[in-house]
Design a binder for this molecule. Structure first.
Ligand SMILES: Cc1ncc(COP(=O)(O)O)c(C=O)c1O
Length: 432
């Protein structure tokens, strides 16, 4: 299928003159997609489908990088937003809906005794870190995973330009599923680590006992344990990984999946830590109590907490994973394409081979998926509007994509196969 992108291309030209990369988020920019083959601008969505500005239709497995948990343009959530809109958006004092959402989240999130709303994942993780530093009187943070754009977090990555070195030096990384690497940090920085923050579900999830071991080592060393559940919250289970694995951290940051796309996130935790906000540990933002996002979150939670919702998402995700594993094995490409992730947030990742690097293989995959009407960047986010039918369409497209990959490997070249631009991820792996 050859899709036309006249309006997308025109808009991209305009956007690039006025916005870096023509987008507000790295992962949504043209560089992240197969240029010339993918659209760059979306007009509308419905359920799990989106339409670009040229009217091309796609089944969306990206779901706005995670926030769309129920589905685009959901009537029930829209109604809640519209009802609130008719009363007003932001006010000069607090509102009843804030209290209702705070009460609800205190029930849902395993470690939550108090919560505070912020606007995005970075606000939530940064708030947790500041509170942990104030609570412990220590400065060093041990982290594993991505925790947002603020200095303390991005300073630990290769994209740390603009972050002062003393800030970078306060953040130490450890390897996921490797308790020894965390123990080493506690040995090296004895009584200096304020917080251990990690994405509790990375790749194929925690090995048995890993999260419990982190819980023990942090308690023993007086460090605050923070689960960054910005991705995992509301996605694998309503209460995130803490609920799923029955390990209760001291604090949690949640965001993406909370309001079906509305900008809201939450920092939550033990009362004695959260109460430091009352003493002036600064967690405060003008739009923290913005009501449209709050009512959207209340309504999203109402939908997500219905019986069997998460069972359904896990079932669909496992159907996708099993289907992908079968195709990968049939096509004999398991050395370059492999499945990764747990069912609600899973898909394929890539390795290089011969003259092809992992991004060549990734680009060929993405190109064919888009040509078959599937918007996917490898690891997928399922929402409640996806059904078995969309999974089958995804798998049919993936089969064709693996054929293309097979041909490229045989030729040891992307020539004649990759027609679009090569994708550029935000954080590049080292290419050997
Ligand atoms: C695990 C995790 N934490 C924090 C963040 C930062 O969230 P935001 O981009 O909303 O600031 C992200 C964003 O992708 C994330 O994946």
């Amino acid at each position: 299928m050859t899709l036309k992108y006249f309006k997308s291309e025109e808009l991209l030209k305009r956007a690039r003159k006025v916005t870096p990369l023509g987008a507000q988020t790295y992962s949504k920019s043209f560089r992240y997609f197969c240029e010339g083959i993918s659209p760059s601008f979306i007009e509308k969505g419905e359920g799990c489908r989106v339409w670009d500005v040229d009217g091309n239709e796609f089944i969306d497995f990206i779901c706005a990088l995670g926030p769309v948990t129920v589905g685009y343009n959901n009537k029930q959530i829209n109604e809640a937003i519209i009802n609130q809109l008719n009363k007003g958006i932001s006010f000069s004092q607090s509102t009843k809906v804030e209290v209702e959402l705070a009460e609800k989240l205190n029930q849902i999130i395993p470690c939550a005794e108090m919560v505070r709303f912020v606007k995005n994942g970075s606000d939530a993780t940064t708030s947790a870190i500041r509170l942990a530093r104030a609570y412990t009187g220590r400065d060093i943070v041990a982290l594993s995973g991505y925790h947002g754009m603020h200095d303390w977090s991005i300073g630990s990555t290769a994209n740390n330009r603009g972050v002062p070195k003393p800030i970078c030096d306060l953040t130490k990384t450890f390897n996921y599923n490797d308790i020894t690497s965390l123990k080493k940090l506690f040995d090296e920085y004895k009584d200096k680590i304020a917080a251990v923050i990690l994405e509790p579900i990375q790749g194929n999830g925690p090995e048995e006992g890993y999260l419990q071991a982190i819980r023990e080592i942090t308690s023993k060393n007086g460090a605050v344990l923070i689960f960054d559940e910005v991705v995992s919250g509301f996605r694998y289970a309503l209460g995130g990984a803490a609920e799923l694995y029955n390990v209760v951290p001291d604090m949690v940051a949640m965001g993406k999946g909370m309001g079906n796309g509305m900008p809201i996130s939450v920092v939550a935790g033990k009362r004695e830590i959260m109460e430091l906000i009352e003493e002036g540990v600064f967690v405060s933002t003008t739009f923290g109590g913005e009501t449209l996002s709050i009512v959207a979150a209340l309504e999203t939670i109402k939908i997500l907490e219905k019986p069997n919702v998460y069972e359904g998402i896990w079932k669909l995700g496992n159907k996708m994973l099993n289907g992908l594993n079968n195709i990968i094995s049939d096509k004999k490409v398991s050395d370059v394409v492999f499945t990764s992730g747990l069912a609600p947030h899973a898909g394929v990742q890539f390795e290089g081979k011969g003259s092809l690097d992992y991004l060549d293989i990734n680009s060929i995959f993405q190109q064919r998926m888009i040509q078959e009407g599937i918007m996917s960047i490898g690891i997928n986010n399922l929402n409640l509007s996806h059904s078995e039918k969309e999974i089958e369409l995804y798998l049919n497209a993936a089969e064709l994509a693996l054929d293309d990959i097979q041909r490229a490997i045989e030729k040891d070249s992307t020539a004649g196969i990759l027609k679009g631009g090569k994708v550029n991820p935000v954080f590049k792996r080292n290419i050997k």
